[in-house]
Design a protein around this ligand. Structure first.
Ligand SMILES: N[C@@H](CCC(=O)N[C@@H](CS)C(=O)NCC(=O)O)C(=O)O
Length: 202
């Protein structure tokens, strides 16, 4: 088993944090996004999407998509639970994880993809769409600040995959100058707490 990883990219970080929280050690193989190794025919034969992270099982099965990889390890190593503990809780964690992905993580990565010179010539860029996403992301950080007024973590009282998705998205915002504002005290408190967990360094 191994995971194709990129130390600088936000989606692979989601999986690294998830595994660190569970204390699971899997060998990582770095794939160089800068030189386009992830888009090579060799890598695409493993994952036609050309994206990271990618989990390769011992039987040769390839599992892409960060949440799918996390789901695999949640099933094989249930403790500590990061995707909910019973039917209601699992549904709530999934709701918040999806919201963090759709409303925070993806808008922030869309700003990078559409506005940053790194992607020039790699993908069709629409800077105006990037700016729409910037406003969306900034609005969503304000919304999260309000949400965290009466709960410790995104999905309630327990750290979960929803916190991991939000943390990786928000931290990646820095490269596009999207940041938590000083007056957003609840979000600042949450960010300090989740960033101080040892897993955040994974
Ligand atoms: N939906 C996928 C997204 C994966 C993805 O877009 N990964 C980025 C790194 S954060 C990537 O491989 N980008 C390289 C590229 O687009 O060339 C997931 O959840 O894992």
């Amino acid at each position: 088993m191994k995971i194709y990883d990129s130390k600088t990219a936000p989606n692979p970080r989601r999986v690294r944090i998830f595994l660190a929280e569970k204390g699971i050690v899997v060998p990582y193989e770095q794939v160089d996004i800068v030189s386009g190794q992830n888009r090579s025919p060799e890598f695409r034969s493993k994952n036609p999407m050309g994206t990271l992270p990618l989990l390769e099982l011992d039987d040769g099965t390839m599992i892409a998509e960060s949440v799918a990889i996390c789901r695999y390890f949640e099933e094989t190593h249930p403790n500590p639970p990061l995707m909910g503990v019973d039917a209601k809780d699992r549904a709530l964690v999934e709701m918040w994880q999806r919201r963090m992905e759709l409303e925070v993580f993806i808008p922030i990565t869309q700003v990078f993809r559409n506005c940053h010179p790194f992607f020039k010539g790699r993908i069709p860029q629409v800077p105006e769409w990037g700016e729409v996403n910037r406003k969306w992301a900034v609005d969503r950080l304000a919304w999260l600040d309000g949400l965290l007024a009466d709960r410790e973590f995104i999905a309630g009282s327990r750290f979960s995959i929803a916190d991991i998705t939000a943390l990786c998205g928000i931290d990646f915002g820095k490269v596009s100058d999207i940041r938590i504002q000083a007056e957003q005290k609840n979000l600042t408190r949450w960010h300090a707490a989740v960033s101080s967990r040892p897993s955040a360094k994974a």
